[in-house]
Design a protein around this ligand. Structure first.
Ligand SMILES: [Zn+2]
Length: 622
């Protein structure tokens, strides 16, 4: 709901309307020159170490915070951004007028100085930073003028998530929305900028006011390393979202490989490309089998960062299905649109790899991209075909639309066999059912308390710290006792073959030591896995409603091998990869917070994974 405290009586109102009209005419001609559509503007984002002085009349300002933080804020803390247009009295009254339900905003000076409050409640569908609301407020309230400012008032632990949320409001891919003849197919950010140059540019300065835990305003500035980190993460998230937003005729496997090569050149790191028939010859039956029906051959691409003194080897494996028609088990006319986003895992890993290396990642980091187009054609894989994957295991294909686990199985095996990684994380837009995966409820009658504690602690922390771009339900919903955004995936095995029971139990226990993370939603449990017979990609005679997400994760784990001594993390992010029509760049922030301890950035280290953290029962509410 919008309010304007200028409107005290009718006289004032008419005066205000007139003044506003006059101002907007003036500002339109001044700010926007001959532009008619704000979507034609390219946006540059700049993070500043501290508040810089700006008259809102010339550089509009949007101030966003939680009500409890805005209440702490004194006019003297923010006056650099408001004077001489806004007085202390106006500011104080404005804060008192805010009643977020779920958000609220109020104009401080015409349309160019706005104060906005994020939702009061924090539930498992949002985070302490309320990052999703920040994205929306920024999207709806920035003016796309030559230069403007966004000021976030938050605690230090929420600074990273809030910054990422601002970035998500400014996607780069414009061919879908802009009537711009020069916006051409491109592989380079610079090209995009050049192409859009004729259509004006806008600079958004993002600044922070940090509220300390004791309720005072922090006086110290962001240090140079933190600033550099934010600036690189900005590039990474926008790169990831641009790749996902770009349709397959402009982002096929060739184009994706070029994107990776460009990043390799920029980071000065090694890349290895295995393509087409080479995949078959070297035994990558998963990636080859999924991609062989398409006009553009599939690829496995490796980027490696190997700094001196590294002790751990971390491999990130991304599913990069540039388009998923479903293959011969073809999707319907309503299920197929949007499948350009099936490369979301690989795109997020490219972004995260870029930002991590830019932040001086101290351990060996490999990014493995499993790229293919799941298409139909005379060479396409048929249901009933049997492929041998890189693990050496055979798979009977029952459903060619369950292709993600096949390419990931090859990727994780490669990470283990060839790269000797001791931490393997795979990330994918894997199962539609991921929308319905929720935290393990207390009632689960299996004895995994110790494991659950660790898993919950870790997933809660990651969910809290990375901020979430998409929400599944309305955020007004009752806060959950779990208060997480990433949730451990429940893994409950139905033992089908008596003779295998002992072995299955062993597998089960090993799996529980690995981490299955997913975005939270409603609850799905139970699934079937048969072992060690031929693996079934997705068995049609079994109930499709049974834990598809866990089942897909188990499939990948089975090819990695249940005796794998390292840590395996499986992330299914099918739902948060996009919000509405736009990719969110989900995954970059998650990976950076998960492995933040290995960067040189104190901000990331503070919010990084710490799996010894005991789970708390605290429900965050203001
Ligand atoms: Zn599919």
């Amino acid at each position: 709901m919008e309010k304007c405290i200028h409107l005290q009586n009718n006289n004032n109102k008419s005066r205000y309307v007139m003044e506003k009209k006059r101002f907007l005419n003036f500002s339109n001609s001044r700010y926007k020159s001959d532009l008619t559509s704000k979507q034609k503007m390219t946006v540059d984002l700049k993070f500043n170490a501290k508040l810089t002085q700006a008259d809102p009349h010339f550089k509009p300002v949007l101030i966003i915070g939680q009500l409890r933080h805005l209440n702490i804020l004194k006019f003297s803390d923010i006056k650099l951004k408001l004077e001489p247009r806004v007085t202390e009295e106006t500011f104080t009254k404005a804060v008192a007028c805010l009643h977020p339900s779920p958000t609220d905003k109020i104009s401080l000076y015409l349309d160019v100085a706005t104060l906005a409050a994020v939702p009061l409640k924090c539930s498992r569908h949002n985070t302490p930073s309320r990052a999703h609301a920040i994205t929306r407020l920024v999207k709806n309230n920035t003016l796309n003028v030559n230069e403007e400012n966004v000021v976030i008032v938050c605690e230090r632990s929420d600074l990273f998530a809030s910054a990422c949320a601002v970035v998500r409001a400014f996607p780069l891919y414009s061919r879908k929305t802009a009537n711009n003849p020069n916006a051409r197919v491109t592989n380079s950010d610079t090209d995009i900028k050049n192409a859009n140059d004729n259509f004006g540019k806008t600079l958004v300065n993002v600044e922070f006011i940090v509220v300390e835990k004791n309720g005072t305003i922090a006086r110290n500035e962001l240090d140079a390393v933190d600033l550099k980190c934010l600036q690189e993460v900005e590039k990474a998230i926008r790169l990831t979202a641009r790749i996902i937003d770009t349709p397959c005729n402009e982002m096929n496997v060739d184009n994706f490989v070029e994107e990776i090569k460009r990043i390799a050149r920029e980071l000065n790191c090694e890349s290895t490309i295995i393509r087409g028939e080479q995949l078959r010859e070297r035994g990558f039956g998963g990636i080859y089998g999924v991609g062989k029906g398409a006009a553009v051959p599939p690829a496995l691409v490796l980027l490696s960062h190997e700094p001196k003194g590294a002790q751990e080897t971390i491999a990130l494996v991304g599913k990069g299905i540039v388009y998923d028609t479903g293959g011969l088990s073809i999707k319907g006319k309503t299920a197929m649109p949007g499948m350009k986003r099936d490369c979301g895992g690989a795109a997020a890993i490219l972004g995260a790899f870029y930002a991590a290396v830019k932040c001086d990642f101290k351990q060996n980091l490999h990014a493995i991209f499993c790229l293919a187009e799941n298409s139909v054609g005379p060479l396409a894989t048929r249901p009933d075909d049997i492929h041998t994957l890189y693990s050496g295991r055979t798979v009977e294909i029952n459903n060619t639309d369950a292709e993600g686990r096949l390419v990931l199985a090859d990727g994780v095996c490669y990470a283990q066999k060839d790269l000797k990684a001791n931490i393997i994380l795979d990330m994918a837009t894997l199962t539609g059912a991921q929308l319905f995966v929720a935290p393990i409820p207390k009632s689960t009658n299996i004895k995994i308390e110790g494991f659950q504690r660790r898993l919950k602690g870790l997933s809660r922390r990651q969910g809290r710290m990375q901020g979430c771009p998409a929400i599944l339900n309305e955020y007004e919903e009752e806060p959950s006792k779990y208060n997480v955004l990433t949730a451990p995936m429940p893994v409950v095995v139905h033992f089908e073959e008596g003779a295998q029971e002992k072995k299955n139990l062993y597998i089960f226990n090993r799996l529980l030591e690995s981490l299955l993370l997913a975005f939270s939603g409603n609850y799905v449990c139970t699934h079937h896995v048969s072992y060690p017979l031929t693996y079934v990609a997705l068995s049609p005679e079994r109930d499709r409603n049974n834990a598809q997400s866990s089942c897909a994760g188990l499939f990948v784990g089975a090819h990695l091998g249940f005796d794998y001594p390292g840590i395996w993390i499986h992330v299914d992010m099918a739902a948060p990869v996009h919000f509405g029509e736009r990719a969110t760049g989900y995954g970059v922030a998650l990976l950076l917070t998960l492995f933040g301890n290995h960067t040189n950035c104190s901000m990331l280290q503070e919010i990084a994974s710490n799996d010894s953290e005991p789970p708390t029962k605290r429900v965050c509410r203001d």
